[in-house]
Design a protein around this ligand. Structure first.
Ligand SMILES: [Zn+2]
Length: 348
C-alpha cells in the first residue's frame, strides 16, 4: 500500500507558527493550546488533557489489535528570572541545557506573572567594546556573567520591579526561524518539528480517507526538556510507544538532515529490539530514507515512561537536526521521511 501525499506547504506553515510561539518548559501552555486548536478540526480525534497539561488525541478504531501511542514534545529550552540585579538587569536560571555562548546577544521576551510581556536581550556583563575591549573577550559565558538588558527605562532593582517583573518570570529566547531552499533553520526544532510531523501525518491520513489500523493515542508532551514529560499520560492498554524526537547530527553520527533515524541506544539506555525491527522493515518496505544511530548525550520521553513503570515496547524515531540545543537546522527530506514513517506505522 502506498502512503498518502504530504501537504508540505501545510507542514511548513504549521511548523513556523509553532516555532514562533514561546514555550519554555513550565510555560508551554500556549503551544499545547495551539496544537489542540489545530487537531480539533479532525473529528476522528477525541482530545483531552492530563492534569500536568499534556494533550492527548485519541484516534479510536474498531479493531482487536492492542492500541499504540506516539509522543512528541512542544516544550523547549528557556530560562526564568533568577535575580533582579541592582542595575535593573536580570540574572537567569536556565530551563534545560541551553549553552550560554549560543544565545549571547539574542532577543528575549520576559513573560510576567501578570500576563504582560517585556522585550530585552542577553548580554555579558562586560558588553561594551569601548569599555571592555580586552576583558570582554575573556569574560566566561556562564550564569554569573550573562544578563538580560531590558528594553524599558530602568537602572535599578526597584524600577525593574515596577515594570511588573518578578523572580521566577519566564524568559523565552527568540527562535529566529528561516526557511530557505528546503532547509528550516530555527531554535527549538527539537521537538516542534516532530509535533508538526505527527499533526501532518494525521491530516494526510484524514484527507485521504484513511484510518490507523489500531487505536492510537497521540501524546503531546509539555515537560520533556526536564526529563519527565511522558512519565504520565500514556494509557495502560497501550502496547507500543513510538517517541518522535530529533536525531543527532554531527561528527561521529550516522544521522543526517536528509533522512530519518531509528535510535538504537542513547545515554538513557537501549530501545526495544522487536519494535526496532518493525520500524526498520516499515522504512524498507516504503522506501523511506533512514539511518540507525547511537546518541551520546540524550534521553527521551519514552525512556521517562519506561522509568515511571510503563510496560510497552519502545522505539525512537525522528528527523536529523544539525547543531541541536544550539541554532538548529533541518531539511524537508528528513522531515518528510519522518512524516512518512509515522504514516507507515499507523497503517501497519
Ligand atoms: Zn527533544
Amino acid at each position: 500500500m502506498s502512503l498518502p501525499n504530504i501537504d508540505q506547504e501545510y507542514f511548513v506553515d504549521f511548523l513556523v507558527k509553532l516555532l514562533n510561539i514561546a514555550s519554555p518548559t513550565g510555560f508551554a501552555e500556549p503551544a499545547v493550546a495551539f496544537v489542540e486548536r489545530e487537531l480539533s478540526q479532525f473529528n476522528q480525534l477525541e482530545l483531552s488533557r492530563t492534569r500536568k497539561g499534556a494533550l492527548i488525541a485519541k484516534w479510536a478504531v474498531e479493531s482487536d489489535l492492542t492500541p499504540i501511542a506516539l509522543t512528541a514534545h512542544v516544550d523547549t529550552l528557556g530560562a526564568v528570572v533568577k535575580e533582579i540585579k541592582s542595575n535593573g538587569r536580570l540574572r537567569l536560571s536556565r530551563i534545560g541545557g541551553i549553552q550560554w555562548p549560543t544565545i549571547e546577544t539574542e532577543g528575549v521576551w520576559i513573560f510576567t506573572s501578570k500576563g504582560e510581556r517585556i522585550r530585552g536581550s542577553v548580554l555579558i556583563d562586560a558588553a561594551s567594546g569601548h569599555i571592555y575591549s580586552g576583558t570582554g573577550k575573556e569574560t566566561p559565558r556562564n550564569d554569573e556573567h550573562m544578563e538580560v538588558r531590558l528594553d524599558a527605562r530602568t537602572t535599578s532593582e526597584q524600577e525593574t520591579r515596577q515594570l511588573g517583573i518578578n523572580v521566577g518570570d519566564c524568559i523565552a529566547f527568540d527562535p529566529r526561524v528561516e526557511v530557505t531552499n528546503g532547509f528550516i533553520r530555527s531554535r527549538f526544532l527539537d521537538d516542534k518539528a516532530c509535533v508538526a510531523n505527527i499533526v501532518t501525518a494525521i491530516k494526510s491520513l484524514a484527507e485521504a480517507g484513511l484510518s490507523p489500523v489500531r487505536t492510537v493515542y497521540f501524546h503531546i508532551s509539555n515537560y520533556e526538556e526536564v526529563g519527565h514529560g511522558a512519565s504520565a499520560g500514556i494509557p495502560s492498554e497501550v502496547a507500543e510507544l513510538v517517541t518522535v524526537d530529533m536525531a543527532v547530527v554531527g561528527a561521529g553520527q550516522e544521522s543526517d538532515e536528509f533522512s530519518a533515524t531509528l535510535c538504537i541506544k542513547d545515554s538513557g539506555g537501549v530501545y526495544h529490539e522487536g519494535l526496532n525491527k518493525k520500524m526498520r522493515s516499515l522504512a524498507e518496505q516504503h522506501g523511506i530514507p533512514y539511518k540507525t544511530d547511537v546518541y551520546p548525550f540524550y534521553g527521551s520521553d519514552g525512556e521517562a515512561f519506561w522509568r515511571a513503570g510503563g510496560d510497552v515496547a519502545l522505539a525512537l524515531i525522528g528527523p536529523g537536526i544539525d547543531a541541536s540545543h544550539n541554532y538548529e537546522r533541518a531539511h524537508m527530506d528528513g522531515l518528510n521521511a519522518t512524516t512518512n514513517w509515522i504514516m507507515a506505522y499507523l497503517l501497519d
